[in-house]
Design a protein around this ligand. Sequence first.
Ligand code: FEO
Ligand code: CA
Ligand code: CA
Ligand code: CA
Length: 677
Amino acid sequence: PAAPAAPEKLLGFSAVGKSLLDSVVVPAGYTATAIYALGDPLDAATPAYKNDGSDTGFENRAGDHHDGMEWFGLDADGKASDSAIARGLLAVNHEATTDEKLASFFLHAGGGTTTLPRPAAEVDKETAIHGVAIVEVRAAAGKWEYQKGSAFNRRLTCLSEIEIAGPARGNRLLVTKYSAGGTKTRGTLNNCGTGKTPWGSFLTGEENFAGYFTRAATDDLARGNDKSVAALRRYGRNQGAASRHGWESAGADDKYQRWNNSKTGVSADGSDDYRNELNGMGYIVELDAYDKTALARKRSGLGRFAHESAAFGKPVAGAPLAVYMGDDSRNEYIYKYVSAANWDAADARPANRLAAGDKYLDNGKLYAAKFNADGGGQWIELSVANPLVAGYAAYAFADQADVVVNARLAADAVGATKMDRPEWCSVNPANGEVYFCLTNNSNRAVEPSGAQVAPDSANPRAYSDIKGGASLQKGNPNGHILRMKEGAAGAAAGIFSWDVYLFGAEASADPGKVNLSALAGDQDFSSPDGIVFSAATGICWIQTDDGAYTDVSNCMMLAAMPGQVGDGQKVSLSYPKAGGGALVLDTHVGKAPTRDNLKRFLVGPVGCEITGLCETPDGKAMFVNIQHPGESTSHLDIADPARYTSQWPGNAGYGAGKRPRSATIVITKNDGGRIGS
Ligand code: FEO
Ligand code: CA
Ligand code: CA
Ligand code: CA
């Protein structure tokens, strides 16, 4: 008789060490394999990726910079299935591209043009590798592969037709030459974090969209009192600033000119040019992964900002739904959307998923979070009915559409708390608490100047002795993970309590000031970014996007079994001030992790960020994205592969060529067990 299987122990694996190798490192007993990389053909007619800069047809290939990702199961008949474990769709964000001096140099034979104007042929490749992919994957005899030619495969790019939904639909702020009625826009851009709705659709967040556009310094809307100038600046742009890739320089066609937000037409409302085009980006976008005929919808009610993930609180029948979201920019905010409709469990498998989205995501209230020093906080409504919004001196909101389109300004108006770059959030299925990665913040200083702000209890670190030096007051380079527990009203609660689950830090850093969570060498990390609780195991997976600690280790993923808000202690931090005296802050630190409940699980290849995570419902196959390996390569070295800082995944046996490629990996356990055991 076969020996009985050993009982499963979550986090029973041996932690991996820090790594600078150009490979994916996972614990003994696990296997990580690339299955879907930049340029892979999605339809039968598109040739294999040569990976030498000569490839074209990227509308039918995998995009670049794989980011957030969700799983949508398929049964043997190709129908949506919540239980399928060997066939499914991955909905993958393709956020951006590895660029230096305008051009995405790994996409072009000689590295591309680094001056304006950009050739149309280069720009057409670069626009096509942005957006979202739906790609079918299957396991046969334990081996996972993406399915070239699957009828489900499709790409959305930053030029695809998309509906505007929610309060901003049809508003004058969305009027463009492309949609004089303000009901549509072209494309989705800089897709970063993701979410999955309780009714089975995919959500993708548009993050750093603003830098792709340009508006002339001499634009004749620049009259000082024009609200569009205040809005442009609040979204991080100044008139005259160059666009990231110079796409608007490639020709007269509207697909290029839409990147130019200057007033070029004569209309009063912007229906003959693209002056309002920037207002069409920066949303949570919903699409149905199973239905390529349904146009994606931008859910404007969830606010316009640099979106990361969108995490639902656990649905409760008869109660509203809550969606948690972060705005990833320095000193931006945490948001919550609460649906007007109460959850009906019959909507879990709707005939029309996007119609369910209309019901729950187009009518609701948007809030921003204010954190208090005592460990409590408030959700403050962003509404024209809120006197703080209606009476805001710096910006006169015309209507609720103006509030959601300019959510940053509305959150300024209500005095929400400026955070250390809110990246992904995720809800702990064990207790409903909401975890937010606050990745880092170089604009946090004890004695702030310019754009800096002082530390507060929820963003308490302004030291930078990560290298063991003595320098103070240089921000929070390592980031932290904050968690929130809603008040008794649950999704609709106006109050919450919070603590800091973990502070990122080098293990050797000062435990009283920097390594406040007492991280050990096989669990230390910096700049948490992705965070996903597994629905299968309950494990909290933490992914990093780090620049502060990459001399010691490439970016990584850790597995955690956290406790709950309030399980730790109050800690008092004291920062000396230049003129004498000190800034003293109380913060609330979760119970320090043990070697058994926080372990490093994976380290990626050189120059990458680890991001995106989904799994089969049995928890036995996990999909993770390796974003921009080799990003640190100089574009001047394109002709010499020996000078690429990474050659992954070609060096791991995946695909042709030595140019590094963003890619999805699948992780399996060699004994067939669940991932993280
Ligand atoms: Fe796309 Fe904030 O990461
Ligand atoms: Ca991110
Ligand atoms: Ca990041
Ligand atoms: Ca990145």
